[in-house]
Write a protein that binds this ligand. Structure first.
Ligand SMILES: [Zn+2]
Length: 93
């Protein structure tokens, strides 16, 4: 006889844009590497500290406005980095 059903826990992460908890695999990781460079991790394989965003331009723009990413990485993020990530997200949509 089997006991309790094995309920698999889905790893949840918070989007730094809209601040909603979502399953990790529905989010896109933003990574800060050893060099302090920030980029989108669309493959999920980049090394470094990560923060999570919905794969939507709106959430990236919200994160830009509320400084959620800068708080997550405790550093300033230049406009060109945001612009670059925005373009990448647009291409991905
Ligand atoms: Zn979001």
């Amino acid at each position: 006889m089997q006991g309790k059903k094995g309920v698999k826990k889905i790893p949840m992460r918070k989007c730094v844009g809209c601040n909603e908890m979502k399953p990790k695999r529905e989010l896109v990781r933003v990574v800060k590497n050893k060099e302090g460079e920030i980029s989108l991790d669309l493959t999920g394989r980049k090394a470094g500290r990560g923060a999570y965003l919905c794969p939507k331009v709106e959430c990236l723009q919200a994160a830009r406005k509320n400084h959620g990413l800068e708080r997550a990485f405790s550093c300033r993020i230049p406009d060109e980095i945001y612009d670059g990530m925005e373009n990448e997200l647009k291409q991905d949509e």
